[in-house]
Design a protein around this ligand. Structure first.
Ligand code: VG1
Ligand code: CO
Length: 557
C-alpha cells in the first residue's frame, strides 16, 4: 500500500458539539477541512485502538457523504487501519453503526450525518466518531481531537482508487480491506433478539389495527421496508417518504410536530391510523403518535420503562436501571421510584449514558428531544422505540377479538398518567439567533442564579434552588459542567435554559418547561394551557425578547 504525506495547515473552529462536528456543506468542502479532522482523530487515538484494526463507516445518505466516504477510507488506510466495514452506498443508521461495532467487535466507527439538521448543498453536513462499545466518543477524546486540529501539519492518505460502494463484498488493497455490507441485516438480527416479532406481527396483521411510518426521506427509508414490511407484514403503503434522498426531499428530517408535518396531518385526520411514527436523518430519533394523540418523548421513555418487562423479551428480568437527560421531564423518575430501580440524571447528549450501560447499571433511557433507547446498543434508536411501542400495544391487545375495542396509544398514556401523575412538558426553541444576544442572555441568567436563594418567588412559584447543572460520572469520575441553567421550584416545576450544541449557524436557545400534575381530572388539559403561567415566568425572567429580539419560538414541542 502506497501512502502519501499531504502537507496541511490547521483550521479554526473544528470543535465537536453535543453530537459530532456539524457545519455547512460548503465549509466541509473547503480544502482538507474534513481530512484535517479525520487525521486529527487518528493522531488522538492510541495506536492500538486502530492499527490493523476494524472500523465501521456509515451515514444517513445526505449530500457530500459520497465524497466524504472516499476521503475517510483513504485516510484510515493511510493511518494503518486493517479493515473498514461500510454500509452499501455509504448508508447505515446511527443505531445500526453502534450495533455493527458491537457485533463485529470493531475498534470504532464513523457516522456521516448531521442528524436532524437539513441536508443538501446549501445545508448541513456532519461527522461523529463512536468508540469500541458503540458509544459516541467521550469528551476526553473529542477534546484531544480538537487540540490536534489546531496543530496539524500532515495528512496520511493511501494512494488507492475510489472504492465502489454500490456492490456488496470485500476488496483488498495490499493489507488494507474494505467490505461493503448490507446496512440492515445485523441490525435486524439484533431487533429480532430484543423483541417478540411474532407478537408484533400478529398486531400488524389485524384488520382493526393500522400502522404508519414516516422515514422523512432519511436513512430509515432503507430499514422500514425490510423490517416493517418484509419481516412484520405491514402493507408497503404504510411507509411514507421511504426513499433516502440527499436533501431529504427538501425537508428538515427532525421528527417533531413542526417538521414531521406529513405524519402529523395523517395522524390528526378523521380516519387516522392507530399508531404513527417517524424517525430523523440518521435514524436515532423517533416520534410516536396515536390517533389524534401526541406522546411526548419524556412520557414515551417512562411508558416504555413501565411496560418493558411484560412486553419486551430483552427486559424479561426487568430493567437494571433508568436514566434521562437533565432537561427531560421527571416522568421517568416516578417509574424508577415505583419499580425500585437505580436512577440517573445526565447532561444532554447520548454520550453520557454509555458508561452506565457498560457498568451494568442502566437499561432504558431517553431524552426529551425525541431520543429513546436501551443498552442493546450505545446510541438512541428510532426503530427500536417504534418496535417497543408496537410491542406494548400488541401485548395489551393480544387477547382481544376482532370487533372488541382495542386498547389504544392514548389509553396507554392516560392509564400511565392515572398511575404516576402527569408531567406536563414543553420545549421552546429559538433557532439561529444572533450568538451575541444569546450568550449575553445566558450570562445574565448565570448572574441571576448566583444571587438567588431558596424561597425567592417567581410569579406564583417559590424557588427551591437554581444552578448551572454539573454532572459527575459515577463510573469514571469525569465532570461535565455548565450543562444548563435550572430553576427548580418547591412544587417540582422546572424552567431550564440551554444553548444548543448541534447547530451550524448562530445560536439556538432552548427553554424547557415542566410541571407535575397529580390530579387526574386535570390530565386532559392541553400542555400549552397547563404550562402558560410557567412559560410566562421563563420569558420574563430571561428577558428573552430583549436579548434575542425574538417574539416567538421557531419550534414548540
Ligand atoms: C440536541 C438534543 C439532544 C440530542 C442531540 C443529538 O442537542 O437537544 O438531546 O442528544 O441533539 O441528537 P442540542 O445540543 O442541540 O440541544 V441527533 O439525533 O441530532 O444526533
Ligand atoms: Co439523529
Amino acid at each position: 500500500l502506497k501512502i502519501k504525506s499531504v502537507p496541511t495547515k490547521p483550521v479554526e473552529g473544528q470543535k465537536t458539539g453535543t453530537s459530532g462536528l456539524r457545519k455547512k456543506v460548503s465549509v466541509f468542502q473547503e480544502e482538507n477541512y474534513l481530512a484535517n479532522w479525520i487525521q486529527a482523530l487518528f493522531n488522538s487515538l492510541p495506536p492500538e485502538d486502530f492499527k490493523d484494526g476494524l472500523l465501521v463507516l456509515g451515514g444517513d445518505g445526505r449530500y457530500f457523504n459520497r465524497e466524504a466516504s472516499q476521503i475517510i477510507i483513504k485516510i484510515a488506510a493511510g493511518n494503518g487501519v486493517g479493515k473498514i466495514l461500510v454500509g452499501r452506498d455509504g448508508l447505515m443508521s446511527t443505531p445500526a453503526v453502534s450495533a455493527v461495532i458491537r457485533k463485529h467487535k470493531a475498534n470504532g466507527g464513523f457516522i456521516m450525518s448531521a442528524s436532524h439538521n437539513p441536508g443538501g448543498p446549501e445545508y448541513d453536513w456532519g461527522i461523529k466518531f463512536n468508540y469500541n462499545s458503540g458509544q459516541p466518543a467521550p469528551e476526553s477524546i473529542t477534546d484531544k481531537i480538537y487540540g490536534n486540529t489546531l496543530s496539524i501539519s500532515e495528512i496520511k492518505v493511501a494512494d488507492i482508487p475510489d472504492v465502489d460502494l454500490a456492490c456488496l463484498g470485500v476488496t483488498n488493497y495490499g493489507n488494507f480491506f474494505v467490505e461493503v455490507v448490507d446496512p440492515v441485516s445485523d441490525y435486524l438480527e439484533l431487533m429480532e433478539e430484543v423483541f417478540d416479532f411474532q407478537l408484533i406481527k400478529d398486531l400488524i396483521s389485524r384488520s382493526d389495527f393500522r400502522f404508519t411510518f414516516d422515514a422523512m426521506h432519511a436513512v430509515t427509508g432503507a430499514y422500514a421496508k425490510p423490517i416493517f414490511s418484509d419481516r412484520l407484514g405491514a402493507n408497503l403503503d404504510c411507509i411514507k417518504n421511504g426513499v433516502p434522498l440527499e436533501d431529504f426531499g427538501h425537508g428538515h428530517p427532525d421528527p417533531n410536530l413542526t417538521y414531521a408535518k406529513d405524519l402529523v396531518d395523517i395522524m390528526y385526520a378523521e380516519d387516522a391510523p392507530d399508531l404513527g411514527a417517524a424517525s430523523d436523518g440518521d435514524g436515532d430519533r423517533n416520534m410516536i403518535l396515536g390517533r389524534q394523540f401526541f406522546i411526548t418523548p419524556s412520557d414515551s421513555v417512562a411508558i416504555i420503562a413501565a411496560n418493558a418487562q411484560m412486553a419486551i423479551p430483552y427486559f424479561k428480568n426487568g430493567p437494571k436501571g433508568l436514566a434521562r437527560s437533565m432537561p427531560t421531564s421527571g416522568a421517568l423518575d416516578r417509574v424508577a421510584e415505583k419499580l425500585n430501580l437505580p436512577f440517573y440524571e445526565v447532561p444532554t447528549g447520548w454520550k453520557f449514558f454509555g458508561n452506565l450501560m457498560d457498568a451494568g447499571r442502566l437499561s432504558i433511557c431517553g431524552e426529551e428531544s425525541f431520543g429513546t433507547g436501551s443498552d442493546h446498543i450505545r446510541e438512541k434508536d428510532g426503530i427500536w422505540a417504534v418496535l417497543a411501542w408496537l410491542s406494548i400495544i400488541a401485548y395489551r391487545n393480544k387477547d382481544k377479538k376482532v370487533g372488541e375495542k382495542l386498547f389504544s396509544v392514548a389509553d396507554v398514556a392516560r392509564e400511565h398518567w392515572a398511575t404516576y401523575g402527569r408531567n406536563f412538558f414543553s420545549r421552546y426553541d429559538y433557532e439561529e439567533c444572533e450568538s451575541e444576544g444569546a450568550n449575553k442572555m445566558i450570562e445574565y441568567l448565570r448572574e441571576m442564579i448566583s444571587k438567588s436563594k431558596p424561597g425567592d418567588s417567581y410569579g406564583n412559584y417559590s424557588l427551591q434552588f437554581a444552578d448551572d447543572f454539573t454532572y459527575t460520572d459515577p463510573v469514571d469520575g469525569s465532570v461535565a459542567s455548565k450543562q444548563g441553567i435550572r430553576f427548580v421550584f418547591t412544587d417540582g416545576s422546572r424552567i431550564i435554559f440551554r444553548l444548543s450544541g448541534t447547530g451550524s449557524a448562530g445560536a439556538t436557545v432552548r427553554i424547557y418547561i415542566e410541571q407535575y400534575e397529580p390530579d387526574v381530572s386535570m390530565h386532559n388539559v392541553d400542555a400549552q394551557t397547563a404550562l402558560k403561567p410557567l412559560i410566562d415566568v421563563a420569558l420574563s425572567i430571561s428577558k428573552l425578547k430583549e436579548f434575542t429580539g425574538r417574539e416567538k419560538p421557531t419550534v414548540i414541542t
